[in-house]
Design a protein around this ligand. Structure first.
Ligand SMILES: NC(=O)c1ccc[n+]([C@@H]2O[C@H](COP(=O)([O-])OP(=O)(O)OC[C@H]3O[C@@H](n4cnc5c(N)ncnc54)[C@H](O)[C@@H]3O)[C@@H](O)[C@H]2O)c1
Length: 256
């Protein structure tokens, strides 16, 4: 992968998958900027990799507007920041009378929608005009296998990942006309700070191994080198990224 001369942006780049992708893109020669809300992790990752690291709350439309206005163009963008709903949903004791959805507060719900959905919508809306003007660009969205399978302990998380998958599919045809490729990566469980201790136990009970971030990085590399418009790359333990074939439906790809 040769990314020299490309301006890359990674949201949620201070930690986990985002930090691993930042390192990979830096090695491939890209000019990398990471953004995050975790100031401490942002500073540590920025210093470790020697890259630009800036505070940006992806859930704020205004913050995106001023961020984009104060930067040169980006032609490689990973919209990756994401959260689960409140830890209690995954960490708390199972209580049949209190299924997870009942325990999610309005604030937790809005926050999850804000980061996982608004963060991708606002991010895409901010970078698309420049990419279309230059008639080139790549956007990779971190969705999840939760876009395909149920995640009973965290239904709001499942909702948000299904939502961004729908966004990617619907943006694809028009962006492709401008030479802009948008795709999604859909990992299973990955060993990052997102996965709490209780979640680790639950995942172990399911018999699912936790993947290393490197495996997700491989999928992101596949995504930006193969450039399959609208692709959903599923990432599962010990397998190469799996291209989820888009269903053929009797519907015009570009209805006006
Ligand atoms: N870890 C997994 O098992 C797994 C599996 C599938 C998908 N994902 C997705 O991968 C992405 C990255 O998660 P991760 O596992 O690396 O977790 P992580 O917690 O290590 O990284 C997520 C980063 O997003 C940042 N962030 C949170 N809110 C933000 C906001 N408002 N604005 C900017 N940054 C914000 C966090 O501070 C953190 O640095 C997420 O979208 C997550 O849903 C994770």
């Amino acid at each position: 992968m040769n990314l020299s001369g490309r301006n890359a942006l990674i949201t949620g780049g201070a930690s986990g998958i985002g930090a691993a992708v930042a390192e990979s893109w830096l090695r491939a020669g890209a000019n990398v900027t990471i953004v995050d809300v975790n100031a401490e992790a942002l500073e540590a990752t920025g210093k470790r990799l020697g890259i630009r690291a800036e505070a940006l709350d992806v859930s704020s439309s205004d913050a995106w507007t001023s961020f984009i206005a104060s930067h040169d163009h980006f032609d490689l963008v990973h919209l990756n920041a994401g959260i689960t709903t409140h830890r209690d949903v995954l960490d708390g004791p199972a209580d049949p009378a209190q299924p997870p959805l009942v325990r999610v507060t309005d604030e937790e719900y809005r926050r999850a929608i804000g980061v996982n959905v608004d963060g991708v919508v606002f991010g895409a809306r901010a970078v698309i005009p420049g990419m279309c003007e230059r008639r080139s660009g790549d956007i990779v969205v971190t969705a999840s296998v939760a876009a395909f399978v149920p995640i009973p302990p965290d239904p709001i998380y499942g909702l948000t990942k299904y939502a961004v998958s729908g966004l990617v599919k619907s943006l694809t045809p028009r962006l492709a006309e401008f030479g802009v490729c948008i795709s999604a990566i859909c990992p299973g469980f990955v060993d990052t700070p997102l996965i709490s201790e209780r979640a680790r136990e639950w995942i172990a009970e399911l018999g699912m191994p936790l993947m290393k971030t490197e495996q997700v990085v491989d999928a992101v590399t596949t995504s930006v080198t193969r450039r399959v418009n609208g692709a959903h790359w599923i990432v599962l333990p010990d397998q190469d990224p799996i291209l989820h074939e888009q269903a053929t439906v009797p519907f015009p790809t570009n209805p006006q």
